[in-house]
Design a protein around this ligand. Structure first.
Ligand code: ADP
Ligand code: MG
Length: 236
């Protein structure tokens, strides 16, 4: 477990006064927070409170109405669309509830594509993809298309894809939300292992079990605001 109170660690994410409006609806209503290198932070809160919106701001998938988002030293508000796309490919990995794999590509190519988009050669990309699939215990499924993979296997492919470019930050939005409990536990174990080797994690969930197992700090969101922050004790 990381010592999340260690203020000497580099700040990877800093949000200051972030607002996001969708028409009259305030999805985020003044969010400020910091995440340091090596932390595993869970964001919890009721449906519709702004969790996914928050994650999308950090990922550079969407822009705030006002406020600043800094990730890995980059002020995302200063980047144009091309800059944001490059930022996403190089510095963040994302995993989603419904995996978001490309149906027409086998597992290996789903993973390798992430690196090819950053200019890595196909050969190198496939080599690293195979290494990752091997580390995640699904190398034997490399030639299988998503439709023939189990939910847990799909999510492990998605985790491999997210890790391809060695992101400063791994973002997960309800990563176990579509999995049976056994596959969900396996994905949780994977996230814990990744954090133990130093991967910074930001996990959105409404599952307290996922939060307490995987995270060392909890940020509770309500009505687009940070309602509470707390430290979580490691569980066995
Ligand atoms: N693209 C969008 N257009 C309009 N409203 C949106 C959009 N995305 C989110 N919202 C609204 O913003 C609020 C927060 O949504 P979201 O961040 O998805 O919540 P959560 O992930 O916590 O369930 C909700 O009221 C939702 O309806
Ligand atoms: Mg959501």
């Amino acid at each position: 477990m990381t010592t999340d109170s260690d203020s000497s660690r580099q700040v990877v994410v800093r949000l200051e006064g972030v607002h996001k409006d969708y028409g009259d609806a305030k999805a985020l209503d003044g969010v400020s927070l910091e995440i340091r290198a090596g932390e595993a932070v869970a964001v919890m809160g009721p449906s519709g409170c702004g969790k996914s919106t928050l994650l999308n701001m950090v990922a550079g998938l969407d822009r705030p109405t006002s406020g600043t988002v800094r990730v890995h030293g980059e002020d995302l508000g200063r980047l144009n669309e091309t800059g944001l796309a490059l930022f996403r490919r190089r510095h963040v990995g994302m995993i989603f509830q419904f995996f978001n794999l490309i149906d027409d590509l086998p597992a290996l190519d789903n993973v390798a594509l992430a690196a090819q988009l950053t200019g890595t050669s196909a050969r190198q990309a496939r080599r690293r993809a195979l290494e990752l699939l091997d580390e995640l215990g699904i190398a034997g499924r490399k030639d299988t298309y998503p439709a023939a993979l189990s939910g847990g296997e799909r999510q492990r492919v998605a985790v491999a894809r997210a890790l391809m470019n060695r992101p400063a930050l791994l973002l997960a939005d309800e990563p176990t939300g579509a999995l049976d409990s056994r596959s969900g536990e396996q994905v949780m174990d994977l996230l814990i292992d990744l954090n133990q080797i130093g991967q910074t994690l930001l996990i959105v969930t409404h599952d307290p079990h996922l939060a307490t197992r995987c995270a060392s700090r909890l940020i509770e969101v309500a009505d687009g605001r940070v309602a509470r922050e707390s430290t979580l004790e490691p569980t066995a």
